[in-house]
Design a protein around this ligand. Sequence first.
Ligand SMILES: Nc1ncnc2c1ncn2[C@@H]1O[C@H](COP(=O)(O)OP(=O)(O)OP(=O)(O)O)[C@@H](O)[C@H]1O
Ligand SMILES: [Mg+2]
Length: 313
Amino acid sequence: MDDAVELPGWTHVYSGKVRDLYVPSAAMDDDDSWTGDPLRSSRVVLVVASDRVSAYDRVLEPAIPGKGAMLTSLTRWWFDQLPDVPNHLAYAEDDRLQVPAIPDEVADRATLCRTLDMFPIECVVRGFITGGGWKEYQATGAIGGIPLPEGLSNGDRLPEPLFTPAWKAPMGSHDENISYERTAEIVGETVAAQLRELSIEIFERASAVAEARGLILADTKFEFGADRDTGIVTLADEVLTSDSSRYWDAAAYESGATPEQRMASFDKQIVRDWLAVNWDQGAFEAPPTLPQEIVEQTAGRYRELLERLTARA
Ligand SMILES: Nc1ncnc2c1ncn2[C@@H]1O[C@H](COP(=O)(O)OP(=O)(O)OP(=O)(O)O)[C@@H](O)[C@H]1O
Ligand SMILES: [Mg+2]
């Protein structure tokens, strides 16, 4: 396991499947700011993306070399493409923040952020039908309770992008797909409407950017939080990365004869496909170790996405 490293001046407060969170150690010692929750006690959080890879909600072995840095570059690049969307970035140069230096060893995969009050909602948007959405459609003719036309095939473009949220279950349990109405019960009507509107808008803009680079953005997942000073709904976490999204090659999509050829993907589909054949998900055993060639292919796909998106025209 690729564990969180020790960073001088920073205290490790949380690890998700992929990211490790740190706050300035001083925030833990300050009686005025201490809330009992290390993350909430600090105005800033250092989000360090590791090379860990997860699929089906499990962290796999081994890690994908360079993945943390690639995810971090992609997220930064997308924030730059969306300058008018409020995001969680904080800047170490801001004198008021008084943050310790960001150590060189994590500089390429660390992002200094404002600590937000996160909404426990995964804001999934689907422009094309595949993956879990495809399974659900086959079983029910709908995704997230939204009825769809008959006769769709795996990989088809949806009539319009769908907002199909999931509830972020507490550590240890699986995220749960929920309806828009349930989302409104959890975060309130006003915030739910904002989450849906922002998610669809960002997805449509990003799809156009991807398309101009010969890529299809098939689906993605956003997370938002409330700014603790202003309450503004703010884009957080990772954004439009190959971990949080499915990207396909547009030319292959147009010319491909089989679903596999159409959905030539720049994401961890390779890992999912390998696991589907080599691991019984129902079993309690840990997933098997990924073979070296799967690790290399995945790293290669992530690298190619980053290059294709960020190359200057
Ligand atoms: N600006 C922010 N303020 C507070 N928390 C944030 C911010 N940006 C991201 N996060 C949180 O940091 C964590 C990132 O870790 P990671 O993505 O590895 O977690 P995960 O495995 O997806 O799931 P979980 O959120 O259940 O741990 C997430 O919990 C995310 O909600
Ligand atoms: Mg996450």
